[in-house]
Design a binder for this molecule. Structure first.
Ligand code: NDP
Ligand code: 2IT
Length: 449
């Protein structure tokens, strides 16, 4: 029988590093989760006995495949596709598809691993998964994007299904891409099912799914601020990114009384002290190849700085990193502290480096970790799945109010778990413990597999 000792967790982390060489993002995500659930593992010999932790860090299935398609010049292009089916203990695999040139096995595994605990936190029956490709939608014609998505689905379809694995959007994958993938899945299988979420309304999509991640982020942040006697009211807000999550976070932060003064894309950031014109940002970024620098052509008072990582030097009260992993490092964290920011809430997945999180902790900055604060997107995907199963559509207000309730609950569960394990106020620990326990109990109940 296995026993817990002081090296138990560090040995498992070392094993993950050895078995997955050259995958720093995956190592980072595993380390963060495992080190923050040590107290639970220590208290649960049955988890140790059943090898729960050794099993939870190993994907149940990881597929990598060739995606060949023909570009507008008639030339053959080859990309690499992935689907990581990480854990199905509490429901079908669920998680987005990322289309970005940086996509590799490490990024897909880190995202799939995070998704296990995030999905568990939503309270809905969804396992963890993630997929993607190194395809770059920037600079591609609509026809090229369609041919790529169809080629991607020509392989992916055999691995997914409404009760097996339900992909959705992520960086580079929005309604257009989901549409082409959905059409191809339907063509191949001759089935109209809720196999993807983030669908357009006439094909079974859910109202409020486009808004959900950004809105959910602000609902969660609002709870965290309220518990600390603060609010969005009158706060200056800096948001990185200008895609799906960032723009709807900007909308809701404004509704809640905040003033968004800076946003970015991978080429740099804009500062508009009059308050960012969010409609304009959305309009510019409708085209995936467009640059946010165009903003200053219309708003002459605004500035564009061609260095996206420097956005954290803009003095603000609340920072919402909503672009990508590791975009907020120690230098960014120090700048936020120096300028008096009081809260950081993650919209992107793992946007803060471990060093940055340490700096927030040391300086008592309120910190909302991604797997709790950005769970509103996948939660609403779960609501889309429910509507598809019921063959019904709920109103915007109905979906939004369920989303709000889910985010309030996640904050409550993460706060309570943190307090129970002696880490009051530490939402990193609280979210990891609350997310992990439910999955671990399901794995325990289902036996060794
Ligand atoms: P989008 O593709 O809509 O937007 C991505 C934004 O981030 C763009 O502004 C993009 O700039 C910027 N960005 C992407 N990669 C980089 C990079 N390497 N360096 C700097 N900037 C970058 O994606 P989403 O808004 O959907 O996703 C943003 C984040 O939120 C991701 O971490 C995603 O995993 C996470 N997330 C998304 C959810 C969803 O429902 N969509 C749910 C939960 C989390 P540019 O235009 O220049 O590429
Ligand atoms: O990271 C995420 O949670 C997402 N990209 C959304 C996943 C989903 O299935 O809606």
């Amino acid at each position: 029988m296995k026993k817990y000792d002081a090296d138990y967790v560090s040995n498992i982390i070392a094993g993950v590093e050895k078995r997955n060489p050259g995958e720093p993002e995956f190592h980072q995500a595993v380390k963060e989760v495992l080190t923050s659930i040590e107290k639970v593992i220590e208290a649960r010999p049955d988890y140790v006995d059943a090898g729960i932790v050794e099993r939870i860090v190993e994907p149940e299935r990881f597929v990598q495949f060739r995606v060949a398609w023909v570009d507008d010049k008639g030339e053959v292009q080859v990309n690499r596709g992935y689907r990581c089916q990480f854990n199905s203990a509490i429901g079908p695999y669920k998680g987005g598809i990322r289309l970005h040139p940086s996509v590799n096995a490490s990024i897909i595994k880190f995202l799939g691993f995070e998704q296990i605990f995030k999905n568990s936190l939503t309270g809905l029956p969804m396992g963890g998964g993630k997929g993607g490709s190194d395809f770059d939608p920037k600079g591609k014609s609509d026809g090229e994007v369609m041919r790529f998505c169809q080629a991607f689905m020509n392989e992916l379809y055999r691995h997914i299904g409404a009760d097996t694995d339900v992909p959705a959007g992520d960086i580079g994958t929005g309604s257009r891409e989901i549409g082409y993938m959905f059409g191809q899945y339907k063509k191949i299988t001759n089935e109209f099912t809720g196999v993807l979420t983030g669908k357009a309304l006439p094909s079974g999509g859910s109202l409020a799914r486009p808004e959900a991640t950004g809105f959910g982020l602000c609902y969660f942040t609002d709870e965290m601020l309220k518990a600390a006697g603060r609010s969005f009211e009158g706060a200056k807000v800096v948001i990185s990114g200008s895609g799906n999550v960032a723009t709807f976070a900007a909308v809701k932060a404004t509704t809640l009384g905040g003033k968004v003064i800076a946003m970015s894309d991978s080429s740099g950031y804009i500062v508009d002290e009059n308050g960012v014109d969010i409609d304009l940002v959305m309009n510019i970024k409708k085209n995936r190849s467009a640059r946010i620098s165009e903003y200053v052509n219309t708003h002459k008072d605004a500035k564009f700085i061609p260095d996206c990582r420097a956005i954290w030097t803009v003095p603000c009260d609340i920072a919402l990193p909503c672009a990508t992993q590791n975009e907020l490092d120690a230098a960014g964290a120090k700048a936020l502290v120096k300028n008096g920011a009081f809260a950081v809430a993650e919209g992107a997945n793992m946007p803060s480096t471990p060093e940055a999180i340490e700096i927030f902790k040391e300086n008592k900055i309120l910190f909302a970790p991604a797997k709790a604060s950005n769970a509103g997107g996948v939660a609403t995907s779960g609501l889309e799945m429910s509507q598809n199963s019921l063959r019904l559509s709920w109103s915007f207000e109905e979906v939004d109010s369920r989303l709000h309730g889910i985010m309030v609950n996640i904050f409550k569960n993460a706060s309570e778990a943190a307090e129970k394990y002696g880490a009051k106020g530490d939402l990193v620990v609280g979210a990891n413990i609350a997310g992990f326990t439910k999955v671990a109990d399901a794995m325990l109940w289902q036996g060794i597999m």
